[in-house]
Structure formats: C-alpha cells, structure tokens
Ligand binder design. Sequence first.
Ligand code: NI
Length: 225
Amino acid sequence: MILVINILDDAAHLDALRERIALLEWRDGRETAGSVARKVKRNLQGAMDSVPGRALQDELSRLIGDHPVLKAAAQPRRFSPLLISKTGVGGHYGAHVDNALMGRGAQRLRTDLSFTLFLTPPGEYEGGELVIHTAGMTQELKGEAGNLVLYPSGSIHEVKPVTRGERIVCVGWIESLVADEAQREMLFDLENLRTALRQKLPSQSAELLTLDKTIANLLRMWVRP
Ligand code: NI
C-alpha cells in the first residue's frame, strides 16, 4: 500500500520550517547510504547533529509520529532518526532498496515502511519525482509541500534527476508492530471502517462492539511485542 498523508497543511508553519531548514549545514548524502545505494545517491543532507538540526528533528518527528492516519496505517513501534535531503539540478537517487536493518545496538530497527515528506512546492522544481516500483506496477509521486508518502521499504524506488530548482524532502523509516504488509492493510481498513461507523452508530451498538472486538483480537494475533 502506498499512502499520501497531509501532515502539514498550515502554510505559515511550513514556511517557517523551510526557512530554518535552509539555514542548515549540508553534507554529501553518500555518507548515510548503504554500500550499494552509495553508488547511485547524488544529493545533500542537512546536518541533523547540530543544534538547529536537533530542534528540526524533534519538531518533524512529533508532526509525523503523532499523525493519526500515519499511526493507523503504519502501527509504528519506533522511528529512525529523520534525514533532510536537498537535491539540486543534476542530483538524483538511482534505483535502490533501503537497508533492511538500520542503526546500531539498541537503536537498531527493521525497516518496514519508508516515508518521504515533501517540503518544496512542486512548482518550484522540475524532475525529482519519487518513483516506487511495486509488484508489476510503477508509481511516480511528486507531492504537494506538506504531504507525506508512506510506502513499503521492501520496494525498489528511486528519485528522478532534478532538472530545475531544488527539491527538499524529509525522509525516515518505521519499524512496525505488525511486520506483514497485508495484515497492516487489513487493520488500516478496519480502523477506517470503525471511524466511519462511529459517525453513524452509538458507541455501545452491537455492530461497533463486534468491530472493536475483531480489531483487538487481530492485534493480539499479529502484533509481535
Ligand atoms: Ni530509499
């Protein structure tokens, strides 16, 4: 499942974040790529270990991690540290697969889901589409600023070359409580169904209680603590 979620729809907040991001120090993106991905990655990454970088990390992590749709779709156990990437003219990120495991020691996580939060309005650059190859299908995404694309980490994906302007995105990874993608999708569908039914039925209705029971029992079956 590939999902687009509007994380940040407040234009003034977005502009303020973009101004702070523009002031970050930038480093070669190859430093944070695996050995294969390093050969095809041509972009810059904001220094997240600086004081302004850490403040951005905290704020963006909250915006993303607290979003109810993202939580329902991803069932997150934990998030990787975020990266902010800048791709100028000629920059790109060729077809690659994300590492299955990221981080070390207690920070190590299994990447189940990847996400890209678009921060530059699509009219400000050309190219730079995120292309995701899933079984038998290719999807090209160029999100509005503030939109986040959530997709399975197990897919081959790439970022097409930027041919005008500059593309800034925030990317990260999620280890899910539910490792299986099909199971996550069923839970997400049931959660959406429950939200819709709550508008129509009293919360103590037999139908909603049965749905509550089913969702809870599926979580008991599928969540790996
Ligand atoms: Ni990737």
